[in-house]
Write a protein that binds this ligand. Structure first.
Ligand SMILES: C[S@@+](CC[C@H](N)C(=O)[O-])C[C@H]1O[C@@H](n2cnc3c(N)ncnc32)[C@H](O)[C@@H]1O
Length: 298
């Protein structure tokens, strides 16, 4: 994959100018539509047989409520279905995509903050399945080509960790460089409810999300806010509990669960290995059918 194509040096200027009139309500933003084709082409040219990813990423997050906190990223990642493309729409440190190591899944980060964009671009520059975009995700979500190629594709997953709505945080101070107005949140939710890919949205409870996403499946978890107080966050999802995950390394609700699972997996594998071939094939087949797995057999 030619990463330089994505790291368009002019991108910053284009986005900087589009940032002055960030109006998430306006579809077909020129800067985005110019880059949409380029992005689609780069992603389409990606081959999962490209250079093996290094999978050696650090996980620092400079953001209050960042999802790299222990217990938080595990909860979220255990809800992310296996997919063709995983899109992290308000990427920040890319807390989720950095943990999805399967090179057959394309990972796309969209981040509006130039410093965060450059940090991600540098970090993932040699990773062929990672695509980093600098721009306003609200414009990407409404670009007709990207809608067709990415957001209306049920094989793709969009994860959104937007700035908190102001009515959900006690301090009215801006805690992000790029926070959203109420109408930006409203536009986002209305678009998110219409697209056809699988969507995960996380935030604190707030009037708008609680009301508009009341029919979505939800999972709650605890996060430390910037003042180190424990707060409840919600993960809303527009799809049923997944059977196949994008990443299985964090299954289990704590370290002990995960260690138990590791041992159980080894025991089951040993048992399967020890079986006569006809038994192993029969059992694998029935498991695949029961849980809707696609299994190519031998
Ligand atoms: C809550 S933080 C995400 C933190 C991230 N999940 C992590 O754990 O590092 C929100 C991020 O969205 C970015 N952002 C805000 N508005 C955006 C927009 N319209 N388009 C893309 N990114 C945006 C912010 O710069 C910030 O990095």
């Amino acid at each position: 994959m030619n990463k330089e194509k994505l790291l368009d040096p002019n991108g910053i200027n284009k986005v900087a100018s589009s940032k002055q009139n960030i109006s998430p309500g306006s579809p077909g933003n020129n800067a985005v539509s110019c880059r949409a084709e380029k992005l689609i082409l780069s992603m389409a040219n990606h081959s999962k047989n490209n250079v093996e990813d290094q999978n050696n990423f650090s996980s620092s997050s400079p953001y209050p409520g960042g999802k790299n906190q222990a217990g938080v990223y595990q909860t979220i990642i255990n809800q992310i279905p296996y997919c063709k493309t995983f899109i992290e729409g308000c990427a920040g440190s890319g807390a989720m995509m950095r943990r999805i190591l399967d090179p057959s899944i394309k990972k796309l980060a969209i981040e509006i903050d130039p410093s965060q964009f450059f940090r991600l671009s540098g970090e993932f520059a040699n990773e062929s399945s990672y695509f980093i975009e600098h721009g306003n995700v609200l414009e990407y979500l409404q670009d007709p080509k990207l809608k067709m190629y990415l957001f209306n594709n049920s094989e793709n997953v969009l994860f959104m960790d937007p700035p908190y709505p102001l009515d959900s945080i006690s301090s009215k101070n801006k805690i992000y460089k790029f926070s959203w107005t109420q109408s930006q949140h409203e536009k986002f939710i209305s678009v998110a409810k219409k697209i056809k890919c699988k969507v995960l949205i996380c935030s604190y409870h707030n009037k708008l999300y609680d009301a508009e996403l009341k029919d979505w499946r939800k999972v709650e978890y605890q996060v430390y806010d910037q003042a180190h107080n424990l707060k409840t966050e919600v993960l809303w999802m527009n799809y049923p509990e997944p059977v196949k995950l994008a990443c299985t390394r964090y299954l289990g609700s704590n370290h002990r669960d995960r260690e138990n699972l590791k041992r159980k997996k080894q025991r089951w594998l040993k048992k399967l290995d020890a079986m006569p071939r006809y038994q192993r094939l029969g059992i694998l087949d029935v498991i695949a059918k029961q849980y809707n797995f696609i299994w190519n057999g031998e």
